[in-house]
Ligand binder design. Sequence first.
Ligand code: DON
Length: 304
Amino acid sequence: MLDYQSIINAIYQDAIKAKDKGIVASYIPELAHINSDNFGIHLRTSKGETFGVGDFEKPFSIQSISKVLALSKAMSLIGEDIWKRIDVEPSGNPFNYLSLIEVENGIPRNPFINAGAIVIADILVSNLQNPKEDFLKYIQALTGDDSIIYNKDVANSEKITGFKNYATANLLKSFSNLNNSVDVVLDFYFHQCALEMTCSQLSKAFYLFVNQGKCLQNKVHITNQQVKRINALMLTCGFYDEAGEFAFEVGLPGKSGVGGGIVALLPEKFVITVWSPGLNKKGNSRLGMLALEQFTTKTKLSIF
Ligand code: DON
């Protein structure tokens, strides 16, 4: 029997001693003041056991981790039609890279680069009655926790400095791959990214991806086939131009955010969430990746 608590405790002890904790994202000014000493891990197994260490109950900005939850909601609403507007290939480029959109005629490479996530936001704006409220309710339903909120200051901070996202949305619009106005879609997207959640809440929210589409509250949100697709996309595209490295080091489907969170999972077995705000050069949590590498090595639990 694996002693998960001792394993994550040992990883935590190593991590807090690390000299290079990475650099906290500052291109969204509201994120720049987050202390890079924060570090939390939370594990939820499919048997219902939970384990946590460090700052696992402290809310942080989930940023691009939200793209997986937005994709799952969009899939539940319009199914396969999504793939008429977005491809499913890794991009090998940074998350906010612009040139590919033009070269590929406004069809984003995948739903996790910003261009793809903005098309997903457009789909949600078109298909939800009150998009921001309904999306928040979806997250609250997945977790059974209605204390989860959008951090308005973070959403506003990103809006003020979101020049690349405006460029991206305008390019998509020029290729007729955005049905709503740029401002409305980006307002939704900035809020979605500004969701504040703890490691333990994220482990709950992602439970449906290890449990055949059924959330902790026992409600089926997406099909088995959709779970398979989302997990495949996390593995191949969840870390942008570092997706290969994450598969190589960790060997799990996962998704990062510039708030320093990473959620990774082994289907039918567990969800693990790590938060360490300092990022590496590719914009993924530096210590988060190292911690997950240690976790799958020590437990021998990866998909490979
Ligand atoms: O659009 C942005 O730049 C941010 N809201 C999200 C970026 C992000 O988290 C990239 N992932 N590591």
